[in-house]
Ligand binder design. Sequence first.
Ligand code: CU
Length: 351
Amino acid sequence: MKFIKLSVMLIALAAFSACERKNPNADHQVNPGGYTGERNLPANAAGNHNGERNLHESDNNADAGQQQGLKEVPRPQKLVEMMAQRGAQDEARPTLRIVQPAANAAVGSSIVKVKLEISGDLKGYQPMKDPATGMGNHIHVILDNQPYEAYYNLNQEFELRNVADGEHTLRVFPSRPWHESYKSEGAFQMVRFTVKNGGADATKPATTATGQTMANANTAAAAPEGKDMQKTTAGAIDPAKPLLTYSRPKGEYKGADADAIMIDFWLANAKLIGDGGDYRVRYSVDNGEARFIDKWTPIWLSGWTGGKHSVKVELVDKNGNVVDNGGYNSTTREITVVREAQAPAPANAAH
Ligand SMILES: [Cu+2]
């Protein structure tokens, strides 16, 4: 029995590494975030090259009947390499200041201009979009509890457009090109403000989140970055209470980017139990089994099937109760995963 297990393991590992070697595109992906070790992993395939899972299970029936077998995987190698190329940037301790809107400001327009200042120990970190790749360091800007928007050029204001009348919260924190947030003290900032008689168009459809693509990606420098907002108002947030800010995943994941999808969040006023505190982060995908994150670091999950998925991330206490703070500590987002296998076959493809 032991021998059989070992053989299965060795075969699995061999297939796994062969698969990695055969992957000539791995080094040419423009988009980071791709975990190149398990490309094209079928969700329920028996005898697949899912080496890790086979190590722990005597057969493959554990996921039978389930839609997908998500499992935690290490930080994708692509990101490890990018971090090495970035020098000391990932050890930076950036600090943000929200210059505008001022705390408790009343804004008489549906276009709310956001002005930020970055300082702290930056170690070369600077938000900026690389025109060639459309990527770069950026700030995550969050109105109320909507999906974040990416803000690259702090020399220009960012516009939150079509913001509804009423009270709002604005949350910001710096992020890496692959959307992993900086978690040092002072990186996260939040203000509350009110829009009065702003004249937002309530009939305007809510903006669809587009992941990494900004609407004005290719326009001239004169056009400010910005985005139409959904019609929301602030939760009843106590800024002194534990607060989890949902950041990733968001939008659409394609190709190698869908192989390992990152869950990342910002924690204020709360320490997780693995960091010596009292709280846990609970997540579930497609209303499936709840799992826990007990240290404040991003995690990566592989094994996603194509299609839409819901991701729920919550801040809970030791008893598993959601910590109430204006409703922001339990957030569910829908993401879309496009698997390569789903791409329409060329017309002349034999099979
Ligand atoms: Cu981002």
